[in-house]
Design a protein around this ligand. Structure first.
Ligand code: SF4
Length: 419
């Protein structure tokens, strides 16, 4: 790889790292003498395929020049940072070279806006088109669609990308226009609509002709920045819930606001990104997508923000003691899912296993139920234990805050969903 491309690569993967809408990012752990590997600077992130397979992606921008001046972005035009642009050929060769060396299995491609949205989008499309048609690249491609790009270019992108995404960034139009004056909801939602139309139309055509081309088969995703504005978790989750009603929206990503432009007084002065809040939003998002919760049950006028001390499912259960205890041997699937300590997998196994015998605490443990949590919310074959009614919701809450024994900063590292 020649020196100039290497230099551009360093700049452009660094610029791309703040976009979390493909998955892991923002890690700053660099190489240490005597150790193998480094988590910083080289722009390889991981995404998960529909079958659960983890795929490594080259996460890079075509250019970090930008004509826009979004207050929250490191690449905004008013920042004095190192800039670089890869040509279409350089980016294609780089991807193929990394793929052949087995460094990556796919590409996550984004870009700053140069000249105008269509000019930029056209170059992005040329990259993925060359990869597919010239190099027969069959790996995963996630491409960011540029807000304001024309429908023809979005339609062409959908023929070569597995997933397309347009970032909303700010969940409220007024705040978006204050922080990103060149953007508005229309410039974000219009390309989302084009993508949706493309996916649905291609699905229809494929019903009639099996050889009809597929359009963005992995659907679309988006990202919202958390903590850059006064928007509550209710505002954020209501928007996510509405987006999930759209048939092609697969994932909403939440990115704790990183104050990269601390000089801009339109932004809050945060010492560190609100990672605990980001984690709680992911857990709430999980409840919407897999646990059959309605958004109003998680956040509403009385509880506009998620509890940072406990996960949203436990928080809901403590606010609704009247729904418990749940009889494990009789409750329907939906109610089992609401029990803290019972996940989707455990609920399914319970439904099958109880056909053969009444389940008790020992079996539930074997099934994978987290009994130290579930015990306050269930009855099973044994007599009820100390349920939430004997212990009181407040006492259970205190017990869990004490049990986790972690302060808020440490808990930001607990990224898995707590059933
Ligand atoms: S358009 Fe994108 S790259 Fe340009 S300043 Fe805004 S967020 Fe940054």
């Amino acid at each position: 790889m020649n020196e100039s491309v290497l230099e551009k690569l360093k700049i452009l993967v660094e610029s791309a790292k703040y976009d979390v809408s493909c998955a892991s990012s923002g890690t700053s752990r660099s190489h240490k003498k005597g150790n193998i590997g480094s988590a910083a600077g080289w722009g390889i992130c991981h995404s998960f395929a529909e079958d659960g397979r983890c795929i490594s992606l080259l996460k890079i921008m075509l250019t970090n020049y930008c004509i826009y001046d979004c207050a929250y972005c490191i690449n905004r035009r008013s920042n004095d940072i190192q800039r670089a642009t890869l040509s279409v050929t350089e980016l294609v060769n780089l991807t193929i070279e990394f793929y052949r060396r087995n460094y990556i299995e796919g590409l996550f491609l984004s870009s700053g806006v140069v000249r105008n949205p269509d000019y930029t989008m056209e170059r992005l499309v040329r990259v993925i088109k060359d990869l597919r048609l010239v190099y027969r690249f069959n790996g995963y491609i996630h491409m960011k669609s540029i807000p304001g790009a024309s429908p023809e270019l979005v339609n062409e992108a959908g023929l070569y990308a597995d997933r397309l995404s347009v970032n909303i960034e700010i969940p409220n139009e007024k705040s978006l226009q204050m922080l990103a004056p060149e953007k508005n909801f229309q410039s974000v939602f219009t390309p989302m609509r084009y993508i949706q139309q493309g996916v649905l139309q291609s699905a229809e055509e494929r019903k009639r002709f099996r050889s009809a081309p597929r359009f963005a088969p992995a659907g679309q995703s988006t990202q919202m920045i958390v903590g850059a504005t006064a928007d509550t978790d209710k505002d954020i989750l209501h928007l996510s819930s509405a987006l999930y009603q759209r048939p092609t929206m697969k994932r909403v990503y939440y990115s704790g606001f990183i104050p990269v432009n601390s000089y801009d007084n339109r932004l809050p002065a945060l010492k560190q990104p609100p990672l605990v809040r980001e984690n709680r939003l992911y857990q709430a998002d999980w409840l919407l997508r897999f646990y059959q919760f309605k958004v109003d049950e998680i956040v509403n006028d009385a509880y506009p923000d998620l509890d940072l001390e406990i996960d949203p499912k436990l928080s809901w259960a403590l606010r609704h003691p009247e729904a418990f205890p749940v009889d494990i041997n009789r409750a329907d699937y939906e109610m089992l899912l609401r029990v803290p300590g019972i996940g989707v997998k455990s609920a399914k196994i319970i439904i099958v296993s109880r056909r053969y015998s009444n389940l008790g605490a020992e079996q539930l443990k074997k099934i994978g139920v987290v009994m130290k949590k579930a015990q306050y919310f269930i009855t099973c074959r044994e007599l009820p234990m100390q349920t939430i009614h004997e212990v009181s919701p407040d006492a259970v809450r205190r017990l869990f805050i004490k049990k986790t024994g972690r302060n808020v900063d440490e808990r930001q590292l607990v990224l898995q969903f707590e059933d």
